[in-house]
Design a protein around this ligand. Structure first.
Ligand code: HEC
Ligand code: HEC
Ligand code: HEC
Ligand code: HEC
Ligand code: HEC
Length: 484
């Protein structure tokens, strides 16, 4: 039997059974979506594109069109099988399908078309699924498609040192099994958004977050020696002059050097070190039990003398191996507190400390519980203008440009941190790096976590930082260093 006949033999049932409305609809769907997809690729690749700018264009081109394409592919054989089933039931199925006669030019061309279309479909299908997956991993998809839900995290992210790192690099990381898991959980989330079945705010910590070893440590090296880092923190008082006070800390971040592990990173991250803890609450703020395994393998267990927990409570609590995220839980979704945000804007020059009482008034308007972001935007401007008009008309007369700039900045601070629709407001999300606004390091380093041998997780102020100046107007240390 020649090749021609063999192909002919294969084609007979396809040609015969394919003549039914379902298969033909499938062919139309597949062909038309294929043409649209190809046109879109042409637009993206050859003409430079830009569809990524529109969140829903991405859904259309990467998910819906390929979906229609695949649906068409499925309908074709389904139609043929149905036709076969009906013919069989009616006893009309020919014992031999009509011969496909290759001497007929029409059939020859039809056969060639089917072969070419199949090859093309395989190419389109694999490219489309690759593009679709790439699209679902894009920051734009994660951050903006479910706009309201992700708006708080996405906004904070855009203002963070990681604003060029894709969401999936921290939330999923490399490897096939996490890839599959993430797609399954993503599917669940799409349904949750469709049916508005999600918690507001989105709870933190993320219990299923992948350990830092596979995410953060793809870019950061835990033993890297950073030594001491100078932190200059400027605060402004609520008095008329917005008097500034500066605190200067030398943070002992450490890492590993010739003498071994040093400082904060060294003691928590050195090879062999394992810190396990048990938290009694969902937010991991109440920690009655900590175990520390030193590089030499010696394990010490510290128990809180203040937080009492029964063995049952300990067994029921969350057991966790400490990693980067237990200190840096806000490396990118860094929400500010109102005072902190105003201080930062004043230090950077977006908010003039020369406007009398601007810190105090800024705090007042920021802390109001507005029903929506639009109302907040309007009322912040109205309240501040009203205050200065009635109390300090000379500000309107001589410093109006600065005042308008200040109003804009304060509106932006609100917009960057408060999301009434998602019930995200000041302090909704804890920051564990520090101990002033939240327990942070002091969840363990409170001086009350004691081992059986009397050893305590250290709490004295110089364990983690040297305080070079505390709330000084003009710290001498900064002028000595030439820093302002
Ligand atoms: C630098 C790493 C990093 C990047 C990039 C990143 N995240 Fe996160 N994300 C985190 C960490 C860490 C947490 C908090 C984990 C915890 O405490 O358990 C988090 C938490 C979240 C939460 C839970 C709510 C919260 O604020 O704790 C959401 C939602 C979220 N991220 C969405 C996103 C989206 C959307 C993007 C991309 C626009 C993104 N993330 C990019 C590290 C990252
Ligand atoms: C894809 C690479 C990448 C990943 C993944 C990543 N980071 Fe980063 N990270 C960076 C880069 C690059 C910078 C420096 C940004 C800069 O200085 O502009 C940075 C900066 C930082 C900083 C310093 C922030 C500051 O205020 O200057 C911290 C802390 C940090 N990362 C922690 C983390 C943690 C925790 C994770 C995991 C949740 C993580 N990073 C994941 C690339 C990454
Ligand atoms: C025990 C708490 C703790 C753990 C665990 C921890 N860090 Fe840090 N890290 C700190 C502190 C504190 C600083 C000082 C910066 C500050 O206070 O703003 C710091 C600083 C950094 C910086 C430099 C920031 C800068 O301003 O230059 C990077 C990058 C960083 N950490 C990454 C990591 C990564 C990655 C991990 C996990 C492998 C990790 N850290 C684990 C507490 C921790
Ligand atoms: C989950 C508990 C826990 C948290 C939270 C925690 N630590 Fe620790 N830390 C420990 C334990 C346990 C040790 C080891 C104590 C020892 O040396 O016996 C330790 C040791 C240290 C040391 C070395 C102390 C020494 O012996 O010189 C430093 C510095 C340190 N931590 C800084 C921090 C900082 C900064 C934070 C917050 C950003 C923090 N830790 C958060 C548990 C914790
Ligand atoms: C376990 C480590 C640790 C111990 C112990 C510790 N601190 Fe801190 N401290 C930190 C970290 C981490 C920060 C946050 C740095 C940052 O904001 O990036 C901080 C920040 C501060 C700040 C600056 C706050 C601001 O925003 O202006 C002050 C002041 C301070 N600590 C004072 C103290 C004093 C006083 C003690 C002794 C009672 C002490 N600390 C003990 C780790 C520690």
């Amino acid at each position: 039997m020649g090749v021609k006949e063999e192909i002919g033999g294969w084609l007979r049932p396809i040609v015969y059974l394919g003549r039914n409305p379902i298969s033909l609809t499938g062919a139309v769907l597949t062909t038309s979506s294929a043409f649209t997809i190809i046109a879109f690729w042409f637009f993206e690749i050859v003409l430079g594109g830009g569809a990524y700018k529109y969140p829903y264009a991405g859904i259309l081109f990467f998910l819906i069109l390929p979906g229609i394409f695949v649906l068409g592919l499925i309908l074709m054989p389904v139609g043929a099988l149905l036709r076969r089933y009906h013919l069989l039931k009616r006893g009309e199925l020919p014992r031999l399908y009509p011969r496909v006669d290759f001497s007929q030019p029409l059939l020859r061309r039809a056969a060639a078309l089917i072969v070419v279309a199949t090859v093309l479909n395989i190419v389109i299908f694999s490219t489309a699924s690759y593009e679709g997956v790439k699209y679902m991993d894009s920051v734009q998809f994660c951050g903006t498609v479910c706009h309201t839900v992700m708006q708080p995290e996405y906004t904070a992210y855009l203002h963070s040192p990681h604003s060029r790192v894709a969401c999936v690099q921290c939330h999923i990381g490399p490897g096939a099994s996490w890839f599959v898991r993430s797609k399954l959980s993503g599917l669940k989330q799409v349904f949750a958004v469709l049916f508005h079945d999600y918690p507001e705010p989105i709870p933190s910590p993320v219990t299923s977050l992948r350990p830092a070893r596979a995410t953060c440590e793809q870019c950061h090296w835990p033993q890297r020696f950073m030594g001491n880092i100078l932190l200059v923190k400027k605060h402004y008082d609520s008095d008329k002059d917005n008097t500034s006070e500066t605190t200067v800390l030398l943070m002992k971040v450490g890492g590993e050097n010739a003498e071994g592990p040093q400082g904060i990173h060294g003691h928590h991250l050195a090879p062999g070190v394992q810190i396990h803890y048990i938290a009694l609450d969902r937010k991991r703020q109440v920690i009655p039990w900590v175990s520390y395994t030193a590089p030499d393998g010696k394990t010490t267990i510290f128990r809180s003398t203040v937080i009492k927990a029964t063995p049952e409570q300990l067994a029921k609590g969350e057991h966790r191996l400490m990693d980067c995220m237990d200190c840096h839980n806000r490396p990118t979704h860094t929400f500010q507190l109102p005072g902190e945000a105003l201080d930062d804007a004043m230090q950077k020059g977006y908010l003039s400390p020369k406007i009398p009482y601007i810190k105090k008034e800024g705090l007042i308007v920021l802390k109001v519980n507005y029903p929506s972001r639009a109302v907040a935007h309007q009322r912040i401007a109205e309240s501040l203008e009203q205050f200065y008009k009635t109390q300090y008309p000379q500000v309107i007369a001589t410093q109006n440009t600065e005042l308008q700039e200040a109003i804009k900045t304060i509106q932006q601070i609100y917009a960057r941190n408060v999301f009434p629709k998602m019930h995200v407001t000041w302090g909704t999300y804890f920051n564990n790096l520090g101990h002033m606004n939240w327990p942070g390091c002091f969840r363990c380093h409170d001086g009350n976590h004691v081992a059986a041998n009397g050893e305590v997780i250290p709490n004295d102020c110089s364990t983690c930082h040297d305080i070079l100046a505390m709330d000084e107007h003009h710290p001498k240390i900064l002028s000595e260093l030439g820093v302002h």
